[in-house]
Design a protein around this ligand. Structure first.
Ligand SMILES: C[S@@+](CC[C@H](N)C(=O)[O-])C[C@H]1O[C@@H](n2cnc3c(N)ncnc32)[C@H](O)[C@@H]1O
Length: 221
């Protein structure tokens, strides 16, 4: 069984945008859009794992600029084909090896927290602090467990020795993947982000959680 996340999204890129068409999620998507457009107003934003740029497009409407990275060239090509805004720049880059050329005052991650292995989370969160100025806005959105949906708790196929959970997913091609997808508790999110941030707020929508915070200066950690 293929468990490689990057090849999963490589193979899913062309069909990925269908995830945003579910009528049941439109209210949450609109709420999140308004919130992000307020939080990132006039910010220089780094977006990690931007995928097909669903959020890039929306955040760029009010941000000063968005640099958006994704490990998959296929995702970035689709994103570039959709977005013509001159305040957006896309790069193919692995977020675990990324070295930004400048510091940002905003960071956004859409549906990527759930794909970060628990054993790598602390190190990754600490790295974010190096990419951001003190008092930067940090925002993540990701999936809640929702009964009778794709993200029903019953769809967890495996749990590994670190507590990471995995779902079985099938693409339109019929190919199956075992995909890392974690569903953190609110306490866990607060505890993890408090390594580098203050003013942490967790907003619960029906389908998603949203975490926003402000980065501490490095010496405060
Ligand atoms: C669930 S999709 C989210 C896409 C987009 N953020 C959104 O919310 O629509 C996860 C994305 O993470 C990207 N990705 C996975 N591992 C990555 C890594 N190590 N570095 C950068 N991007 C990565 C995948 O290529 C995919 O586009």
């Amino acid at each position: 069984m293929n468990t490689d996340l990057i090849s999963y999204y490589h193979d899913r890129a062309k069909e990925y945008d269908k995830v945003y068409l579910n009528p049941a999620e439109q209210t949450d998507l609109q709420t999140a859009t308004q919130l992000f457009q307020t939080l990132f107003y006039q910010k220089m934003v780094l977006e990690i794992a931007c995928g097909t740029a669903y959020w890039t497009d929306r955040i760029a409407k009010t941000a000063a600029a968005v640099d958006a990275i994704d490990a998959n060239k296929q995702m970035i090509e689709i994103a570039k084909g959709k977005i013509g805004a001159d305040n957006v720049v896309f790069h193919v880059a692995d977020m675990y090896a990324f070295v930004p050329e400048k510091r940002y005052d905003g960071l956004f991650g859409g549906f990527i927290w759930s794909h970060i292995p628990l054993q790598d989370l602390d190190q990754f969160i600490d790295t974010l602090q190096n990419w951001l100025m003190p008092d930067s806005i940090l925002v993540f959105i990701d999936s809640n467990y929702v009964e009778n949906t794709y993200h029903d708790k019953k769809n967890i196929a495996q749990t590994d020795e670190y507590g990471n959970t995995y779902q079985m997913r099938m693409l339109e091609s019929g190919e199956s993947y075992l995909v890392l997808k974690n569903f953190p508790t609110r306490d866990f999110l607060l505890q993890k982000l408090s390594r580098i941030a203050t003013e942490i707020e967790c907003i619960d929508l029906t389908h998603y959680w949203i975490l926003s915070a402000k980065t501490k200066a490095a010496r405060d950690k």
